[in-house]
Design a protein around this ligand. Structure first.
Ligand code: FMN
Length: 216
């Protein structure tokens, strides 16, 4: 049975563009997998703890060398990793905050990044799985724009998810979401609207394509 791990991180609730697009992906995915399982994590509502020394040692030390606190620390870290390992597809809403990812998403990645298991391993446990990232942003960072090169969302997530974890990653980028609210960006509203329409279409078609690949 197919499993989707759906992670949202925007703190904008119903006004969130990334949440709207991840919801569209999930709806299309559920239509393709009526018997499938969805694991949902809202990291804005329920953030995971920052990685601490106990988590680090728990992940690295041999079972016999662990301190009494380590099993508990590893249990919560292990649960996050197992959720990711159970998933066929990991869907992540990743709004741009100050040129980078939300700190809640960084905390989740730090928990899941375990040397010898998900990362820097002979067979990283998430390798070959699909990841879909909805990277919403107020401006545009496309080639030819003044902000080109300043996007530390896509390049960072591509490094971790694709290069380190070995996942097959697709990005959907609803952009210029500031345009309807910032008078100086008024002339960019049509581009914002086009990006929004494209993002919903990409989410729906990707969900269907991945369903075909999972049963193939
Ligand atoms: C704290 C904060 C920092 C932001 N920093 C940036 C930024 O560096 N670049 C940018 O293009 N947009 C930035 N934005 C705008 C968001 O990326 C934009 O509102 C996006 O739509 C957020 O995703 P959401 O709609 O899913 O909440 C920022 C928004 C907030 C709240």
């Amino acid at each position: 049975m197919a499993t989707l791990l759906h992670i949202d991180t925007s703190f904008n609730g119903e006004n969130s563009h990334s949440r709207a697009v991840t919801a569209a992906f999930r709806k299309a995915w559920e239509a393709e997998h009526p018997e499938g399982t969805v694991i949902y994590r809202d990291l804005a509502a329920e953030p995971v703890p920052h990685l601490g020394a106990a988590d680090l040692d728990a992940g690295g030390a041999a079972a016999a060398d662990r301190s009494p606190e380590e099993p508990a620390a590893f249990e919560s870290r292990g649960r996050l990793i197992e959720e990711a390992e159970r998933a066929d597809v990991i869907l992540i809403g990743a709004p741009m905050y100050n040129y980078s990812i939300p700190s809640t998403l960084k905390a989740w990645l730090d928990q899941v990044f375990l040397v010898g298991r998900t990362a820097i391993a002979e067979h990283p446990s998430l390798a070959g799985k699909r990841a879909v990232v909805v990277a919403s942003r107020g401006g545009s960072y496309r080639e030819g724009t003044p902000q080109f090169g300043n996007d530390y969302v896509e390049n960072y997530l591509r490094l971790i998810l694709a290069d380190v974890f070995g996942m097959d990653v697709s990005f959907i980028t609803p952009e210029l979401t500031f345009a309807p609210h910032v008078p100086a960006m008024a002339e960019l509203v049509p581009l914002f609207e086009a990006s929004r329409t494209e993002s919903f279409a990409a989410a729906e078609s990707l969900a269907k394509d991945l369903a075909v690949q999972l049963v193939a």
